[in-house]
Design a protein around this ligand. Structure first.
Ligand code: GLC
Length: 563
């Protein structure tokens, strides 16, 4: 079975860093590369193997680095290429691998290519981007994520034409249909691979192919732009070409960010025989607590555990024979995992954070942790619009204001939904600004660093969230069956407990996770407690089990090896 083929990127644990918020060493309030280098021993101590670094390239920071103005240089705020080389060699010497972020659906409007492209209709770079000449009338509607008016076509007076931007006006979409564009991107990828980088996370990769007639949105999409964007006619041709021309030449890993990709399309990307990508991030879980197609609005009723289980069971099935999954609960675009998927109240925070660690580390698929989740960082829940820095929150606020729509509800929504919840600085210790910076941080530090949610306090406590994280990583690493074993869901209809087994050759594991704030007892058919060896539990109280009946404390996690 291809899915069983051993690979370093299947067995590794990934740690994602948002560089802007990790560690400032210069006093400008912004995290930097030297800050990451300074913390490499800490990262290594977690037991993780692979670091995914959000964009560090030159950028005017309209979207915090997801708007690149030069693919081969480092953002001045973050440091220099020499500092990057030192960071990379510091990783290599500790046996850590580095995955970079490839943002190639669009560039910054300050990229040289776009600066040239917009100059004249016959410029050499004109065809690097999508242009619609104004004499053809207004272009058919395209929706934009970060545009104040939600319009993805921006009129540019100089050449009397519109350019396409699925994200902000400062993020024009590249025209992958032009072979020169693809060659430029492959060249940039080679540049980093030749330096020794171990892979790429590919930003909104399903959006790269477009129908360059730009027709009206086909009816079958019923207005769902994300699906339409992710199904461009030449998408798989481009991915396969990139694989053949660049990716396959190196021992690297790739993981696509894949909004819009549904279960039935999964293997088109990661079936090994197709030679495209290794893994991708689906968005089914990320949409679970959202209001239908309204990706930025929280749904009013609470999501149910049975829905959560179904998403993971379905995706596990998609990769049962071919391909490989990626497991994540949070990243720089979503709120903090403990606040979102469990319970961050002081009473339940510890078990909640560690139960979620247990989940990611006992599922099949590569686990991705977002920095700070290892110490249980929580949502910042800012009260005022002034505290937000994210273009997504700020532009939506502007739009509502212009239309006289209630801002109170919006600000309440952002307390749970905003991306900035996950972008507050890393909480290192009890000192000023949690040890992130000596000066004013670019975004407010969450005040709960002073109440134990910081690295230093937790490193000195063997019962801390951080200590559990490290132990749980080792549990995964010392039991190959937790990586490759077959997943089987138990108690599918239970709304409190997520239970499953993992089976691999003669090894078998039982995982029980409570998503409830009450003590819960479950009957697990055919699995006798007498034959279960407890590998790890996140609760101080020793569980009282008997025969096939398992009792779990609120948000308790239990991992058993069955003999
Ligand atoms: C991806 C990134 C997000 C960014 C967007 C545009 O979704 O993860 O942070 O804003 O693409 O590049």
């Amino acid at each position: 079975m291809a899915a069983m083929k051993r690979q370093w990127w299947k067995e590794g644990v990934v740690y994602q860093i948002y560089p802007r918020s990790f560690q400032d060493t210069t006093g400008n309030g912004i995290g930097d590369l030297n800050g990451i280098t300074k913390r490499l021993d800490y990262i290594k101590s977690l037991g993780v193997d692979i670091i995914w670094l959000c964009p560090i390239y030159q950028s005017p920071n309209d979207d915090n680095g997801y708007d690149i103005s030069d693919y081969k240089s480092i953002m001045a705020e973050f440091g220099t290429m020499t500092e990057f080389d030192a960071l990379l060699s510091g990783m290599k010497s500790r046996g850590l691998k580095l995955v970079m972020d490839l943002v190639a659906n669009h560039t910054s409007d300050e990229h040289f290519w776009f600066q040239e492209s917009r100059k004249s209709r016959d410029n050499k770079y004109r065809d690097y981007y999508h242009w619609w000449p104004a004499e053809k009338g207004t272009p058919p509607k395209r929706w934009s994520y970060f545009d104040v008016d939600g319009n993805a076509w921006k009129y540019d007076k100089l050449t009397d034409a519109y350019y396409l931007h699925y994200f902000s006006v400062k993020q024009p979409d590249l025209k992958w249909e032009n072979p020169k564009v693809r060659e430029e991107i492959y060249d940039a990828i080679r540049f980093w691979f030749d330096k020794g980088v171990d892979g790429f996370r590919m930003d909104v990769i399903p959006f790269i192919s477009k129908d360059i007639e730009y027709p009206e949105l086909p009816k079958k999409y019923k207005g769902n732009f994300v699906s339409y964007y992710s199904e461009g006619p030449r998408l798989h041709e481009f991915l396969h070409e990139m694989n053949q021309q660049v990716l396959s030449k190196y021992d690297i890993m790739t993981v696509g960010e894949a909004p819009g990709i549904t279960l039935d399309k999964a293997l088109d990307f990661v079936n090994e025989d197709r030679q495209e990508l290794n893994m991708f991030f689906h968005f089914d879980l990320m949409s679970l607590d959202r209001d239908g197609d309204e990706v930025f609005w929280m749904r009013q009723d609470k999501w149910r555990l049975t829905e959560f289980k179904k998403i993971h069971s379905d995706w596990d099935k998609a990769f049962a024979e071919k391909g490989w999954g990626s497991m994540y609960l949070s990243n720089h675009d979503f709120p903090r995992s403990v606040s979102r998927w469990a319970n961050d109240s002081p009473e339940h925070w510890h078990n909640s954070a560690t139960m979620l660690h247990t989940f990611l580390l006992t599922m099949k698929g590569t686990p991705y942790f977002y920095f700070g989740d290892e110490i249980g960082m929580t949502n910042a829940r800012f009260n005022s619009i002034e505290d937000y820095k994210d273009i997504n929150t700020i532009n939506r606020y502007e739009l509502l204001k212009q239309n006289n729509i209630s801002l109170v509800d919006f600000l309440e929504n952002e307390k749970e939904a905003a991306r900035d919840n996950a972008r507050t600085p890393m909480q290192w210790d009890n000192s000023k600004n949690a040890g992130f910076t000596a000066e004013d941080p670019w975004i407010k530090v969450n005040t709960n660093f002073a109440s134990g949610i910081n690295v230093e306090t937790q490193e000195n406590d063997s019962a801390s969230v951080l200590s559990y994280f490290k132990k749980m990583v080792q549990v995964r690493k010392s039991h190959l069956g937790l990586v490759y074993g077959k997943y089987d869901l138990l108690l599918a209809n239970n709304e409190e407990i997520y239970a499953y087994t993992r089976t691999f050759e003669s090894e078998k594991y039982l995982i029980l996770l409570s998503f409830s704030e009450k003590e819960t007892t479950v009957e697990v058919n055919e699995i006798s407690y007498n034959k279960a060896l407890l590998l790890i539990s996140n609760d101080k109280v020793k569980a009282e089990q008997s025969n096939t009946r398992f009792k779990l404390k609120p948000y308790q996690a239990l991992v058993y090896e069955l003999t």
